[in-house]
Design a protein around this ligand. Structure first.
Ligand code: ADP
Length: 257
């Protein structure tokens, strides 16, 4: 997709990034971080130079989901910039690598911390920066979108919550900012047991919703124990099992961002 027109001055740290992809959800716990991390490692597996910015300062997931050798962000004392840590060639920045405990902060402070982490990092030249957005569509998310010139957004949801209102909120925020929503990921759609497929949250609403909002792609992800186990192990599923159906879904998603 074409880059949106970015009104502000491009922050220094972001100047050599070709595509900034926001992975967003209305609610917590729907699998947004799982999608962000696996998408990033899929793009890296396709040969792209990739970074992940974990913008969830209240509950950063990146330090659990990937396990880099250095778990503390280094500072460049002269330039006062942040040097990302790295795992399997993907650059990583998270509040969880900033050497502080879980944050107790008011909204404006959170926005400040996020902006500083994002824009003073030496991302260098990247094909993709994947931003794991904080859940919701409030002020913090809006500010973040205004600081980073987003190329595309991916909305993550679960089937029972795939109410029009959820996706609509996300689409509305991004369309206000002229950022195209390129895909909806419907996570935890089904699971297979005893040779049968079960849809614990129902099915069929996804395609209606993407049609209604003119979103070009819809992807389903199953409930999969290995997806959550790999999330806890520090090695994303697409890295540990690159030939699985799930890895193929992420490749399709990778192509459309
Ligand atoms: P969010 O970023 O939306 O809060 P997470 O990606 O952290 O959600 O996922 C919440 C929990 O659910 C994590 O423990 C994760 O491993 C697990 N999880 C996410 N998607 C799946 C899935 N498709 N199958 C099994 N477990 C999943």
């Amino acid at each position: 997709p074409a880059k949106p027109i970015f009104a502000g001055q491009l922050p220094f740290g972001l100047s050599r990034i070709s595509n900034i992809i926001a992975v967003s959800s209305c609610k917590g716990g729907v699998g947004k971080s799982t999608v962000a991390v696996n998408l990033a490692y899929t793009l890296a597996g396709m040969g792209a130079r990739v970074g992940i910015f974990d913008a969830d300062v209240y509950g950063p997931s990146l330090p659990t989901m990937v396990n880099p050798e250095s778990r503390i962000l280094e500072m460049n004392p002269e330039k006062k910039t942040i040097i990302p840590t790295e795992y399997m060639g993907v650059k990583l920045v998270s509040f969880g690598f900033a050497g502080q405990g879980r944050a107790i902060m008011r909204g404006p402070m959170v926005s400040g911390v996020i902006n500083q982490l994002l824009t003073t990092t030496e991302w260098g030249e990247l094909d993709y920066l994947v931003i794991d957005m904080p859940p919701g569509t409030g002020d913090i998310q809006l500010t973040l979108c205004q600081v980073a010139p987003l190329t595309a957004a991916v909305i993550v949801t679960t089937p029972q919550k795939l109410a029009f209102i959820d996706v609509a909120k996300g689409v509305r925020m991004f369309s206000k900012l002229k950022v195209p929503c390129v895909a909806v990921v419907e996570n935890m759609c089904h699971f297979d047991a005893d040779g049968k497929r079960y849809y614990p949250f129902g099915k069929g609403s996804g395609s209606e919703v993407v049609k209604q909002f003119g979103i070009p792609h819809l992807f389903d992800l199953p409930i999969r124990p290995t997806l959550s186990a790999s999330g806890d192990s520090g090695t994303p599923e697409v890295v540990s099992d690159p030939l699985s159906d799930v890895a193929r879904t992420f490749q399709d998603l990778g192509v459309c961002v």
